[in-house]
Design a binder for this molecule. Structure first.
Ligand SMILES: Cc1cc2nc3c(=O)[nH]c(=O)nc-3n(C[C@H](O)[C@H](O)[C@H](O)COP(=O)(O)OP(=O)(O)OC[C@H]3O[C@@H](n4cnc5c(N)ncnc54)[C@H](O)[C@@H]3O)c2cc1C
Length: 437
């Protein structure tokens, strides 16, 4: 276990402590490989999660392990980096330490790269009954719930309950909600009747509820229109300008006057920054993010930085900060590495500029939308591009291979071998159990 006194015996080089081995934290750690610093990377998990493919785990298209990669394996060859699996509980700026699940750790420079968590906008009932999808265990919970509910639908004599078990409401029409709805529509059309003899696809309904007037609001109008058409063609019922008001585990009410009976509410309606405690509330801005300056330095501090989803760089060009996407976190991480070296060498720093190379969303088999500046792609070409970009971005050669072969086999078989209930999801306690009831 680290303690402050043990820590002081380390090298004379400045120590950069990075909290979070997500997209931002990893990019920063990699870019500091040759820098004159010692890096200590902390994460509560010993693996990195490739969140863009969580929805494929949730619908059983690919195996959970194929989107996770051990952090230690990434840094085997790095001489100036060490990693500890530890949860940071508190930041103590007054003595340059962090309190963690493995003890106190001191830093010269601290980088908070802790990402975000699901935002239920303060509604406790919805938070209890709806299913979030922010990490692998949550994606596996969805997989179990969906599959368990289909099994129950097959044997239930109560028609109302059967419909509720076969009704899905996806809340949030951003890329995650669109991708999840598209994947469910694919399951409805291609898999349901093949694998669940006795269930009819006409009994399975999918709703997508979005607060804005269009889906994929951060993408082009063309991408939004195409996504809407593909999903509607796939029998997804879309409500725009609509917000979920309540959900008690059976009745879901929407502020457009509709009530839906459902046992499956999948929540993709937003995230909020997730920083450890210890920094003054005055520096936390909208979306629970830490307000940072143009070099990602947390307002009010000289040696504490924040990158990625947890950071809000509010400037006249970016009044809402940068989008909560992997490329923004990666670019901020890589850029901060340069600025940390500048600061150590007492050189002028360079402000961060985000470059939005492309935005993508898959909508189902052979369908995706892609915005590359002024170029808009969709259909099969968009889908190939989406697959290529995601495959190349996955950490680890083995994972790339596993995901590629899973996709190829699923495509040819029009089915998947990953629809497994290995952890039973208890709908009463909202917990998972390894043994079924
Ligand atoms: C379902 C889903 C789909 C997405 N799809 C896309 C997509 O298609 N394209 C895209 O660009 N973006 C997508 N995103 C967004 C993208 O994943 C995030 O913007 C990105 O992960 C942010 O990177 P980050 O480094 O800030 O945080 P993260 O990648 O979330 O990493 C944060 C890390 O910090 C660790 N951590 C958190 N708190 C602590 C603590 N107290 N102590 C120790 N460790 C801690 C976590 O374990 C985690 O490893 C998606 C997100 C989700 C949830």
């Amino acid at each position: 276990m680290f303690t402050v006194s043990q820590d002081q015996k380390y090298s004379a080089k400045p120590r950069v402590v990075i909290i979070g081995g997500g997209f931002g934290g990893l990019a920063l750690a990699k870019a500091l490989r040759k820098a004159p610093v010692d890096v200590l990377l902390l994460d509560k998990h010993n693996y990195h999660t490739f969140q863009p493919l969580l929805y494929q785990v949730a619908i059983g298209a690919i195996a959970a392990d194929s989107i996770a990669f051990p952090i230690r394996r990434i840094f085997t060859e790095y001489e100036n980096l060490s990693f500890n699996m530890a949860e940071v509980e508190n930041i103590n700026p007054e003595n340059n330490t962090v309190s963690t699940s493995i003890g106190e750790i001191c830093y010269d420079y601290l980088v908070i790269a802790t990402g975000s968590n699901t935002n239920f906008f303060g509604n406790k009932e919805i938070a209890h009954f709806a299913m979030p999808m922010k990490n692998i265990p949550e994606a596996l919970n969805i997989r179990s719930l969906v599959l368990q509910n289909l099994e129950t639908a097959l044997i239930t004599a109560d028609t109302r309950e059967k419909f509720a078990l076969m009704t899905y409401v996806v809340v949030g029409g951003g890329p995650t909600g669109v991708e999840l709805s598209g994947a469910l529509a694919e399951m409805r059309h291609i898999i349901l009747e093949k694998d669940y003899h006795g269930l009819s696809k006409y009994d399975l309904r999918i709703y997508l509820v979005e607060g804005k007037d269009r889906l994929l609001a951060a993408m082009s109008q063309k991408a939004s229109a195409k996504a809407k058409k593909c999903l509607t063609d796939g029998s997804v019922i879309i409500y725009n300008n609509a917000h979920v008001s309540s959900y008690d585990g059976f009745y879901l009410t929407i502020d457009n006057g509709k009530t839906v009976k459902t046992r499956n509410v999948l929540w993709a309606a937003g995230v909020k920054g997730e920083a450890p405690d210890g920094l003054p509330a005055a520096f936390i801005t909208k979306g629970n993010r830490l307000q940072v300056d143009e070099i990602n330095r947390v307002k009010g501090y000289t040696n504490i930085f924040a990158i990625g989803d947890v950071a809000a760089m509010i400037t006249p060009e970016t009044p809402n900060g940068h989008p909560g996407v992997a490329p923004a976190a990666i670019q901020q991480g890589a850029h901060l590495a340069k600025n940390l070296v500048h600061l150590i060498r007492d050189e002028p720093t360079e402000p961060f500029k985000y470059i939005d190379k492309c935005s993508l969303a898959a909508i189902g088999r052979n369908q995706a939308v892609a915005d590359l500046g002024k170029i808009h792609l969709s259909g099969f070409i968009g889908w190939l591009l989406w697959g290529l970009v995601h495959l190349m971005s996955l950490a680890g050669f083995t994972n790339k291979g596993i995901v590629f072969f899973s996709w190829a086999i699923n495509y040819l078989n029009k089915n998947s071998d990953n629809r497994l209930v290995v952890r039973y999801f208890d709908t009463d306690t909202r917990m998972t159990e390894v043994k079924p009831k």
